[in-house]
Design a protein around this ligand. Structure first.
Ligand code: IVH
Length: 667
């Protein structure tokens, strides 16, 4: 086999394994074998840039090529569905269909209504050509690079199967509960506001400009509608089974109903059972199964006459509000929580509900002892949706607090954010713990023998007051009767000890300056080189640095303005934690590309895209996503996109080849 043939064969195999794993949940190779094949393919593709294929399994990881979403007009408009909320309305639909068909027999396909965002996929000869969001139904955004990272969406259908040459398949992109919970807990760790529900999270993710972000968030997709001129069957249900056999993820929970009673049974069953699904659903969709009957029934302006949605009721209950308490999160976010008289709701007894933030509370107009309506909707935590009107005179109104319930510090609210924060990062227990957890985390000091619980215990016992105290601990101090033997204690001390070698850029991330993430810490470390220089920097100095904006600059100033923080940092320094860039980083570091914004485009022979990115940073340059008048030059490999090329030419931006670039940084 030539290398070219091996590439094609590996691609086909990996597509199949990917399908087995992500759609069937039945992998037939080990992760290790899969990774090896993938690695081999990556190597071969690097040797044969002429064989670049955006649909290769290697492209699932996404890239930072900026996607300016192009607007695309749908071949056939993406209609929405009329909603129904009760059996009577479903019966009316059934009756209308029956009359519309002149009393002829018909079947209804019952399916789950997935709660994500709809997507239209276009395949030509088995290859995914384009993925477009619903938009306004007439035109949507081309999000193809992002959709390619969703593992359950096939990029290339196996060539031996018989599917139409051209077809469109529509479905729902969603974020499974498991990915959603993981994402939100990460966001809480970094002080970002969590997404309210999986739909918002999926939609925010799919519109991301960086497809690597999309790749990392574990989106999934279910397909539910096949369109085209050569569709195999007259039955929608049969078409969906065919689509499944071609490699699409089609829900197993579809049923053909022969009567209204069958439909009710489906609704009743899923009304309960949906709680156990791995993804969010908000109703049932009913579709007349026969495509010819669908055509006969036709459309209204907004929705088809042959289909309808039945929306699950968000279950509600009424109870009495006793008290509002305020939780202080690890990043200082204050969350108001309502304590209520216990009330049964959707299978559990509810006593507490979130009130989200001050704005939500104010809109609700709560007062002590009022009757409230509680709902369990698309969110896991119940929420208060309203106050029941009563004859009684309102008693004491409840207002959001002004000071932290833990430490008494006056709360702050950052511009444009809904949340209030406790700003007392060095004196308020939950925040101190949050900072310590961040300090030991993998991308920070990576002290992996420690966990949040141990920190919490030591803090309660007064053994440590902040992360700098970790470096003074002795084995004897952390030996506890219940806490395991000397071996464990010694291991912990050793890993704390080793963390003294953590590179400076990670230390800068670890000390917990609000809004300074991993990337910004790296940028700052490269620019200022020592902690002292960062601490001494003025707002203007900071704003000079590419990639550092006003919010971050102000936060850095605020951090080093605080005596507690300055003490903390100097105690770390005394403990031997790295406070400057190491010699090896410095010795390879140059200013050859200082101040230059560089776009990377195309496929490369000598280094990977990430390696080029690192090289640019190492030499003082900055990798930017999209071409603009400010771009210094484009580092272009093979197959640079035609629209990029055109833009570059229009703006007169220099195009630098791979070899040219390597010579540039050699000198
Ligand atoms: S069929 C013309 N089937 O619900 C029929 N839609 O309110 C097109 N949805 O925009 C849609 N699950 O985003 C269909 N099994 C399902 C669905 C479904 C979720 C969404 C879809 C659509 C919206 C309609």
């Amino acid at each position: 086999m030539t290398e070219q043939e091996t590439i094609l064969s590996l691609r086909a195999k990996l597509h199949q394994h990917n399908y087995n794993y992500y759609v069937l949940n039945q992998p037939t190779v080990s992760d290790k074998d899969f990774d090896e094949m993938m690695h081999r393919l990556q190597e071969l593709e690097a040797l044969h840039p002429d064989m670049y294929d955006p649909n290769s399994p290697t492209q699932r990881v996404g890239s930072d090529l900026n996607n300016e979403f192009a607007t695309v007009v749908h071949n056939r408009p993406m209609l929405s569905l009329a909603n129904t909320y009760n059996r009577a309305e479903v019966a009316q639909f059934y009756q209308r269909v029956s009359e519309g068909l002149g009393g002829a027999p018909f079947q209804v396909c019952c399916e789950l209504k997935f709660d994500g965002l709809s997507i239209s996929l276009h395949y030509s000869h088995g290859t995914l050509m384009r993925a477009v969001t619903r938009g306004d139904g007439v035109q949507g955004d081309d999000v193809t690079p992002n959709v390619r990272t969703i593992r359950s969406i096939p990029l290339q259908l196996p060539s031996h199967l018989s599917y139409p040459d051209e077809f469109e398949i529509r479905g729902e992109v969603l974020m499974p509960w498991s990915s959603f919970q993981k994402l939100n807990s990460q966001r809480e760790d970094t002080g970002e506001a969590p997404f309210a529900n999986p739909r918002n999270a999926a939609s925010g993710t799919l519109k991301s400009k960086d497809s690597r972000v999309v790749a990392s968030r574990g989106l999934d997709a279910y397909l539910y509608y096949l369109l085209g001129d050569e569709i195999p069957f007259d039955g929608h249900y049969q078409n969906m089974q065919a689509a499944r056999s071609w490699g699409f993820q089609v829900s197993n929970e579809m049923k053909l109903a022969d009567s209204l009673q069958d439909i009710y049974d489906f609704i009743d069953y899923w009304n309960e059972a949906r709680q156990h699904l791995p993804v969010a659903t908000d109703g049932i969709v009913l579709k007349v199964n026969s495509l010819s009957q669908q055509r006969h029934l036709g459309l209204t302006a907004k929705s088809p006459r042959w289909a309808i949605a039945y929306k699950f009721q968000a279950e509600q209950a009424e109870t009495t509000l006793r008290q509002v308490v305020y939780q202080v999160g690890r990043t200082g976010i204050i969350t108001p929580v309502a304590n209520m008289d216990p009330v049964p709701l959707a299978g559990t007894i509810v006593r507490r509900a979130t009130l989200h933030n001050a704005d939500v509370m104010q809109q609700l107009n709560l007062y002590q002892g009022c009757r409230v309506l509680v709902e369990k909707g698309g969110e896991i935590i119940p929420k208060i949706v309203g106050v029941a009107q009563t004859e009684e005179h309102p008693l004491r109104p409840i207002h959001f607090i002004t000071h932290c319930p833990v430490c008494g510090t006056k709360l702050v609210r950052f511009e444009g954010e809904a949340a209030h924060y406790c700003p007392n990062e060095t004196g308020c227990a939950p925040l101190i713990l949050g900072r310590m957890e961040h300090f030991i985390s993998r991308k920070a000091m990576n002290i992996n023998s420690l966990g949040p619980e141990t920190l919490d215990n030591w803090f309660q016992q007064g053994l440590i007051h902040d992360a700098a105290d970790l470096y003074n601990l002795t084995t004897e101090q952390i030996l506890t009767p219940e806490g395991g033997g000397e071996d464990i204690a010694r291991k912990i001390i050793r890993s704390i000890d080793e963390s003294r070698h953590t590179p400076f850029e990670q230390v800068l991330f670890a000390i917990g300056i609000r809004f300074v993430g991993e990337i910004a810490a790296k940028t700052l470390a490269r620019h200022f080189r020592t902690m002292q220089a960062v601490a001494d920097a003025t707002i203007d100095d900071l704003l000079q640095v590419d990639g550092i904006g006003m919010v971050m600059a102000e936060s850095i100033i605020r951090y080093f303005h605080d005596t507690n923080n300055r003490n903390f940092v100097s105690r770390l320094a005394k403990a031997g934690v790295k406070m400057e860039l190491s010699e090896d980083v410095l010795s390879t570091q140059t200013d050859l590309l200082a101040g230059q914004g560089i776009v990377i485009s195309g496929v490369f022979q000598h280094h990977s895209r990430d390696e080029y990115k690192a090289l640019i940073e190492q030499h003082g340059g900055r990798n930017v996503g999209s071409i603009s008048a400010k771009t210094s030059f484009i580092l272009a490999g093979e197959n640079m996109g035609p629209s990029k090329l055109e833009k570059a030419q229009k703006l007169g931006i220099r195009i630098v080849s791979e070899d040219e670039f390597l010579r540039m940084i050699e000198s």
